[in-house]
Design a protein around this ligand. Structure first.
Ligand code: NDP
Length: 341
């Protein structure tokens, strides 16, 4: 007779309106098939850490490339997992993976989820790096920088959300390539980390940019214009940087966090792009999975050499996931947002 094991899980209670709040989520019990009832081709995993990513907010509104997360469903998302039982040849018990486990303490992975999972090499230390700099955010940064930005030594390179896993990695790759790098981040703590630890040349605090607002700060810090802008936020930050583009500028459109909570898209004046003879390129990390080993090798080398720095924002316990996600969507995370179980 099939048996079940008890787990904890977090469901989406209702679609968030505007910025998400804790009451949009609920922690409750769930069940999984017991080892004895595990179907052929499936695996059971223990969740070690959840990756909280801004795109989940868009998925909760049904606006993301990935499938929508509807009220009543367990919140989807990837995590670092350890296999506890397996009836699939790809997953050995005890091995660690990044997989679509959802916001649960343990999960049953079906064959499709197992095929899409990515192994975590034991050399990756701490293993949570596979959710950050050496995972999806790192690949986003690496692919955007290496394949789309076309940055050259000496370029003035601006990156927004510069203290997060995507932005900080992009900024440091640009610094390593010899660009003059300016971050945009929210608050003095983030800006201090961006310049003093990540080693960017300057950082503009978009919450307190000084005289003339963000536009004034950009003019002061980038008097000759912006050669490359890596946009992680959209909104007014994108408009302000586009007003400051240098001739031949390249803009990588990566993220839209200023719109994820339902804000209207900003009207970008094409005249700004024409005037600068600029090139805009959209980035979707899913196009670049084949480059994961190359990215991992390159960024691991930079990490080992002390050229690349990262920061993790760790919350403890599954129950803390809603609060941690609310903090992320309010810009209060300091580095890669993780929930460690
Ligand atoms: P972060 O950890 O950087 O978190 C997002 C940050 O965005 C916040 O900490 C906050 O930083 C900033 N922010 C939040 N709201 C606003 C706002 N209204 N205006 C300006 N800034 C805001 O996230 P990630 O590094 O994981 O991701 C960065 C971006 O890259 C996101 O937009 C994400 O969706 C996107 N992305 C895109 C991918 C793709 O394939 N195109 C793949 C992966 C990520 P601060 O306080 O510094 O402003």
């Amino acid at each position: 007779m099939p048996t079940q094991m008890q787990i904890e899980q977090i469901t989406l209670v209702r679609t968030p309106q505007g910025r998400p709040v804790e009451a949009d989520f609920a922690l409750g019990p769930g069940t999984l098939p017991d080892v004895a009832a595990l179907a052929e081709g499936h695996a059971l995993v223990r969740v070690l850490a959840l990756s909280l990513d801004p795109y989940l907010r868009s998925a909760m509104a049904g606006r993301h490339l990935s499938a929508a997360i509807a009220p009543g469903e367990v919140v989807r998302g990837e995590g670092l997992v350890e296999v506890t039982a397996s009836r699939h040849p790809r997953m050995a018990p005890g091995s660690r993976w990044v997989a679509a486990c959802g916001w649960r303490s343990a999960a049953s992975l079906d064959p499709a989820a197992i095929e899409a999972a990515r192994p975590v090499a034991p050399a990756i230390d701490p293993p949570t790096l596979a959710l950050g700099v050496l995972g999806m955010p790192g690949l986003t940064a690496w692919a955007g920088f290496t394949k789309l930005a076309q940055a050259r030594a000496g370029d003035t390179f601006v990156v927004s959300a510069a203290a997060g896993p995507v932005g900080a990695t992009v900024g440091q790759l640009a610094r390593i390539a010899g660009c003059r790098v300016v971050g945009i981040a929210g608050g003095p703590d983030k800006c201090r980390w961006v310049t003093e630890v990540a080693g960017l040349d300057a950082c503009i605090d978009h919450r307190a940019p000084g005289e003339g607002g963000l536009r004034g700060a950009l003019k002061r810090v980038c008097p000759d214009g912006v050669d490359v802008y890596f946009d992680n936020v959209g909104g007014d930050v994108l408009l302000a940087v586009c007003e400051q583009l240098a001739l031949g500028a390249r803009v990588v459109l990566c993220g839209l966090i200023a719109q994820y909570n339902g804000e209207a898209p900003v009207p970008l004046n094409p005249g700004l792009i024409i005037r600068a003879r600029a090139t805009l390129r959209g980035l979707v990390v899913y196009d670049h999975w084949a480059d994961l080993p190359r990215m991992t090798a390159e960024l691991s080398g930079h990490l080992a050499a002390g050229r690349l720095h990262f920061r993790e924002d760790r919350s403890a316990g599954l129950a803390s996931a809603p609060t941690a996600f609310v903090r992320l969507m309010n810009g209060l995370n300091q580095g890669k947002a993780l929930v460690v179980l």
